[in-house]
Design a protein around this ligand. Structure first.
Ligand code: TRP
Length: 335
């Protein structure tokens, strides 16, 4: 789809893990490389709703930024920035507030999930629900609409947020004139679920994850901890049932993957050896990115410079949108 603008945001919640890389980062980078114009930003004002610790927010933001650059994001091609560097996004949030019914926010899955949890625990329904969480979809719509993005690659859990962004573009365009572009979500297939060390979906909340750029030794140690059944090396194993094999399939070349597959089904490989092969394949893929990651983390002014350059480019686009929006609502255009 040539000529489209693709945009996605990532929460600044610290160092991504292997599952984030395979399930989200790699596909987003592939998508960004295909489209004519692409934006990728770090949603630090979304993270602010749950991170009330300046040191942590700052560190998480840098870690996420360095990860994406290390894994191949090309800032010359993809406009790469921090959400907090684009005040126009916050201005559009305010404007969208005026055309968005409160009922839409009430229906938000993320907010409702918190309320349900509170009720189930016998707590006040709004315990720990701040206005940032409640209006999360408004800020997210402003992220997308300010850059006039057509396509938004996101995980399955974000489907409703994209629908809301479409709705809000519609409310605005109907109330005034058509200046906002209703976006389309590119929802990643559920099949991209990457297993964690215990076989469940890899997730920080299960603590079964392998951080991408912990040092190589720590990564290897974690891989050696993958939980398996107690089959002996000479017993036949079903690759489809093996976390080791499933992870290996993401990192190994096709012939290597096939070799492990055949060794498993033929009862010719033990789990210990398979883990070693997996650790080697992971190291091979992450060795270079690790070096790039470390070099950015050791030179934060350089990282800031990349993000600021991206912010300058993104602000030009956002100012253009906001000028049109301001004119449409009866407020002075931006100079
Ligand atoms: N809510 C998204 C997530 O948790 C992150 C995000 C914020 C985003 N703003 C966005 C994604 C705009 C796409 C477009 O994954």
């Amino acid at each position: 789809m040539a000529g489209k603008t693709v945009l996605t945001g990532v929460q600044a919640t610290g160092m991504p893990h292997l599952g984030n890389y395979i399930g989200a980062i790699r596909p987003a980078l592939e998508k960004a490389a295909q489209e004519e114009k692409s934006f990728l930003f770090i949603a630090d004002y979304h993270a602010l709703n749950s991170v009330h610790d300046a040191v942590a927010l700052k560190r998480d933001t840098y870690e996420v930024a360095a990860c994406w650059l290390a894994l191949g994001l090309d800032p010359a091609r993809t406009i790469f920035y921090r959400q907090s560097d684009i005040p126009e996004i916050m201005e559009l949030t305010t404007i969208l507030c005026a055309v968005t019914p409160k009922g839409l926010m009430d229906r938000s899955h993320a907010y409702k999930a918190s309320v349900d949890r509170n009720k189930a625990d016998g707590n006040d329904a709004d315990l720990n629900v701040n206005m940032g969480l409640y209006t999360y979809p408004l800020l997210m719509a402003a992220d997308i609409l300010s850059m006039r993005a057509d396509l938004v690659p996101v995980g399955h859990d974000q489907t409703q947020h994209i629908e809301f962004a479409r709705d809000m573009a519609g409310y605005f365009n109907n109330a005034y004139k058509s200046v906002l572009v209703p976006p389309t979500g590119l929802i990643q297939a559920q099949s991209a679920t990457v297993p964690g060390l215990d076989g469940r979906k890899m997730s920080k909340s299960y603590n079964n994850h392998v951080p991408l750029f912990a040092d190589a030794k720590a990564r290897q140690k974690l891989i050696m901890k993958i939980i398996t059944d107690s089959k002996l090396p000479n017993e036949a194993k079903d690759p489809a049932d093996s976390t080791i094999y499933k992870l290996y399939a993401y990192f190994a070349a096709d012939a290597e993957r096939q070799a492990m597959h055949d060794a498993f089904t033929g009862g010719q490989m033990g789990y210990g050896d398979a883990k070693k092969l997996l650790a080697e394949a992971v190291e091979k893929s992450l060795e270079k990115p690790s070096q790039i990651y470390q070099s950015y983390m050791a030179d934060l002014p350089k990282l800031d410079a990349v993000l600021e350059e991206g912010a300058d480019r993104a602000r030009k686009v956002a100012r253009n949108t906001l000028s049109d929006v301001r004119e449409a609502i009866g407020v002075k255009r931006l100079k």
